[in-house]
Design a protein around this ligand. Structure first.
Ligand SMILES: Nc1nc2c(ncn2[C@@H]2O[C@H](COP(=O)(O)OP(=O)(O)OP(=O)(O)O)[C@@H](O)[C@H]2O)c(=O)[nH]1
Ligand SMILES: [Mg+2]
Length: 307
């Protein structure tokens, strides 16, 4: 399968569910973008795909309204990226978070290899910390093992004369969950005026970190009760559908056999009727033969008596 086939296949989101689970090999790196609204999730997704596939814009409200999944290639590595609206952002207004969470699970089945937590370089707030806590509360599982932190707007650091290392230390103080993370911080700049070669280097570093995390996790993917329940549901549904298919086939065969039997019986009936008719005709013929003989005898008797 070449890249374009692979991409078009994964663009039809609904009927690709089974296929996606079946083909979810380690060959395809599945990443999920989470983070506060406006942090740069969609822009990061576009950078990873090398194309503007997700809508990214400045807005006071959420630009991305629903989870979306797109495929692409990053330095030859096939990637499947799921962009999310700020589902876990305490200030974001998403019409139905539960529906979005269900969609998120379906799009990322059997689970992402890495969770990219996107933050904007700047003053980290309680909201940023709460977004991650909310994600952990909703999803559970070993979130930290699969977490990679992506800081966008990184040219801000230069303006503030702060090094990446210093900023990571600040971030670790602001967001306690970061303290457990070792070498899992990546800086990106999506400003179109930023040197493309530097953007490429940043993306290469991100891919290196992600692939290291994947290796550290033994190529497993992030999972939790929701993924397991959903996978069990899908498995059950698949078995049910197979059973229904078998039952339909059995019924079809039964109907065909019934029709064959009916045709056979009708054929026999026709044959019987034909035989009966033939017997009647034959008996009529033999009857008239007898009568002819009788008449012949009578004629000869009458003639003999005359002479
Ligand atoms: N200069 C600059 N702009 C950025 C950077 N990252 C994101 N932006 C801009 O910030 C705005 C918001 O980015 P998005 O990617 O739409 O943010 P989001 O997290 O997807 O937001 P929601 O979809 O609302 O949750 C867009 O106008 C982006 O172009 C960056 O590193 N540098
Ligand atoms: Mg977005």
């Amino acid at each position: 399968m070449n890249d374009s086939d692979y991409i078009s296949e994964y663009q039809t989101e609904n009927d690709a569910l089974y296929k996606r689970i079946e083909r979810a090999t380690s060959e395809i790196l599945r990443m999920v973008l989470i983070g506060k609204s406006g942090s740069g999730k969609s822009e990061t997704g576009n950078a990873l795909l090398g194309q503007k596939k997700f809508k990214a814009d400045i807005s006071a409200s959420s630009v991305t309204q629903s989870c979306e999944c797109k495929a692409g290639s990053l330095f030859g590595q096939k990637v499947l990226i799921t962009d999310t609206p700020g589902i876990f952002d305490p200030t974001a207004r998403i019409d139905d978070t539960q529906i979005e969470i269900a969609k998120f699970i379906d799009l990322t089945l059997p689970g992402p290899h890495v969770l990219l937590f996107v933050l904007r370089v700047g003053r980290l707030t309680q909201e940023d910390a709460d977004t991650l806590v909310k994600f952990k509360e909703q999803f559970g599982g070993a979130v930290e093992d699969y977490l990679v932190v992506v800081f966008t707007h990184c040219s801000e650091l230069r303006k503030r004369q702060t090094s990446e290392e210093e900023f990571i230390q600040t971030a670790k103080t602001a967001i306690p969950m970061f303290q457990k993370l070792k070498n899992r911080f990546v800086f990106l700049e999506h400003d179109p005026d930023y040197p493309p070669i530097e953007q490429d280097n940043q993306l290469k570093k991100l891919l290196d970190v992600v692939q290291r995390v994947q290796r550290e996790n033994g190529d497993t993917c992030y999972s939790n009760d929701m993924y397991e329940t959903r996978l069990a549901e899908i498995q059950e549904q698949k078995l049910r559908e197979e059973e229904e298919r078998r039952e339909k086939k059995r019924k079809k065969e039964e109907d065909r056999n019934r029709e064959l039997e009916k045709a056979r019986q009708e054929g026999q009936k026709e044959m019987r009727e034909m035989l009966e008719q033939n017997t009647k005709i034959l008996s009529n013929v033999s009857l008239s033969k007898n009568q002819l003989l009788k008449r012949k005898k009578l004629f000869w008797r009458n003639r003999d008596s005359k002479y």
